[in-house]
Design a binder for this molecule. Sequence first.
Ligand code: ADP
Length: 859
Amino acid sequence: MDSATSSKVVGVVALRVRADSFFSMIYQTGYLANGVLVVAEDGTQIIHKPIVNESLDRTIVSGISNDSFLYNEDNFYAGRRFFVSRSKRLENGWNLYYYVNRSEITSDVISILISDIIIAAFLFAIAYFIATKYANHLSKRITNLNDMAEEIRRGKFDISDMDNYKDEIGQLSESMTDMSSQLREMVDEINLRNQEDLLMKENDIHYREWLFDFVVEKNNDILAVLSDGSFSPSFVTSNVQDVLGISMELLKQDIRCLELAVRQDQPAEVNLKDVIEKCVTTGEAMILDEIRFENIRTNEHLYYRGVVVNTIDDGGKRTAIALYDRTQEFRRNHQLQEALNAAQTANKAKTSFLANMSHDFRTPMNAITGFNLLIDKNCNDPEKVKEYSYKISLASRNLLGLLNDVLDMSKIESGKTTLDIQEMKMGQLLEEVNTVIGMQAKAKNQEYIVSTQELIHDRFMGDRQRINEILVNILGNAVKYTQEGGKIEFTIEESTTSSEGFNNLRFIIKDNGIGMKPEYKDKIFDAFSREEKGATKTIQGTGLGMAITKSLVELMGGTIRVDSEEGKGSAFTVNLRLQLAGEDEIFWKDRGINSFLGVNSIVEENVFFKEKMAVAELSGDVVTSGKEALDYIKNSIRTNRLVDFVIIDESINDMPLEELIKEMRGIKQNENCLIFVAVTNKNAVEKELLTAGANMVVQKPILEDTLREAFEEIDEIKAKEDAQKAENTNPLEGMKFLAAEDNDINADILTELMSMEGATVTRGVNGQEVVEMFKAANEGDYDMILMDIQMPVMNGYEAAAAIRALDSEWAQRIPIIAMTANAYADDVQQAFDAGMNAHVTKPIDIKIVKKTILQFKGN
Ligand code: ADP
């Protein structure tokens, strides 16, 4: 039995034990003050341990011994004052009885109870203490958990595991720590993402703001936002300062100050200030189609379209003012309008020009028909017929001039004019111009002064015909618009330019004629313009000459300027930058000279001469005696290398000069060789030497210019002789022409003119027919082909090309001359490209035709 057992165990345990140990044990095991009685089978008391109450003990022992107690089936007897418990009979027949005083049990129980209560109280106190301690401990841990949870709730995830126990709370704390660190990672990641998103959004916003500023600043569009009915804008684009010149401070105070930049000519019904006020107060939206601004600082004129709208959002009521820049659009429209006006004006000018033209065309036409009638009536009076036909030819020329001008102008206007740049001689060109103008000036009794002292070079690269046209136009006007007896000065100056090989030619044409009003000076180069004044009205003109002239000058990269004073006269200055042509080479080649022979007994002079000739790209040699010279020429004829030019120095001493010249002339096939003799005293020997057969006697020393002048002198003599011959003889006499001409009248005129010159014309009505006729002919049947260009079936270019493509030497050789109304440089070029040899414009001038034909006669 342990001390914690609170109940009294009553019973019998049957053990076979040693008697003394057993009994001592029985004595010792008495817990209460119980009595023990062991009775043998025979009723002998083996052992007796009495209770304290001796009388009661005797009563009990006697009752046991007498077996007077009535035991229940549990061998228990409850007396009034005592309890007896009987064990089962032991093996040896003994009975063991425990008995106890009932009152003793009560006090025992009470003392046990008290002690139990005390123990319980003590235990409870201990338990309470321990429980309180434990509860405190637990509650602290739970509080910690709670704190952790609170920290987590507050978003602080840096918590550490403060509970080191391994129980559920410890595990909970550990899980919470884990959870917080996981949460922290998650939150960190979310924050990072948020930050990135935020950054992107910020960038986005920055970009949009930048884009907005950029667009606004580039566009000059103005935007402003007014909030809650205030006229002080909460936002206004900064470009407004630059665009309208109004300061930002002023605008920020009151947007209505935009009105400051509105132009005076703004239509009254569109008032920006009123519109803004109305929209702000009524909440209406309005559109202004055209607001005319003027930058108050630069005075630049600007055009805007305005929109004022109202919105209500979280920020309250707002009014947005958007002003869209339409200046470019307006200017474009303006330009288009101007272009339209210009086109209408040009149209009007053309209409009036046509009206003028019809008058101008009719005048010469009247003359032609009128004089024709007169010829008819006076056909028997040769003097009158001659006079009328002369007048008809003048009127025709006038008509042709007009026609050419109109065609020229339309070609220039359509940008189809091209230049025909070739080597040209300025001297020759000026001569042609001066001949024409000189005659015109003479007819008006005007003084015509030409000054070419400052012209250095003769040969240039240029469009000779076009330069001629420019000069004749200006000079012709000078004559036309200068009164009888007036004065016209024509000066040509040459100066170098910064580009090597190019010189500037300045042509100054001055007159003391009627001059021009300053305002007309600006219009002089407009097509179809003429100064509207009495003096001009009486002078015939189309108003095209100057326009053509300016276009041609500009086509050549030159400039033209006019200075004029009404009543005093005008001065036109044309500057042309022309390339210099390689003079020497052309000079010789132009004269058909390719080879030379120098005859000089002085070797050094010969060497020097040979060098000069080599520079001019001539082939040839030098000899030192007359005999050598004759042998050289004979030998060159034998080897078919004719000498074109011989220069004999007077130093030759193996034979007299006259004899040498005569012998040279006598050599067969050497007739065309030019023989020059260089002497120190020209006057003394010239006549004899020329008589002997020399072409020219030149004064020593022989410089380049000396030879040049000599040749030019020969050219002049030859030209005079040719002119004389042409007048005396009829070069076309007996010539046979094959002509392509689709127009019957033109064909009749051609045939008539040619027959007057003694030539015959066989006509084909188109290119195809002429090609067939040529194919059917024998060599020599025709001397030349005259080819119209615009013809049905096959045009002139195709026909010429077809003839040149034929497989016969004659077809390659026969001269083909284009005769056409297509008179432009590119038409001429096209004719050459098709294999033709020359180009003559229609209506044909028989003199020009004759001259051209003569160039090819005998080919
Ligand atoms: P046109 O002579 O056929 O009328 P132009 O184009 O050659 O046409 O000239 C245009 C106008 O310029 C002339 O009508 C004339 O009023 C003026 N003009 C040209 N040259 C002179 C000049 N030398 N002196 C005065 N007026 C001139």
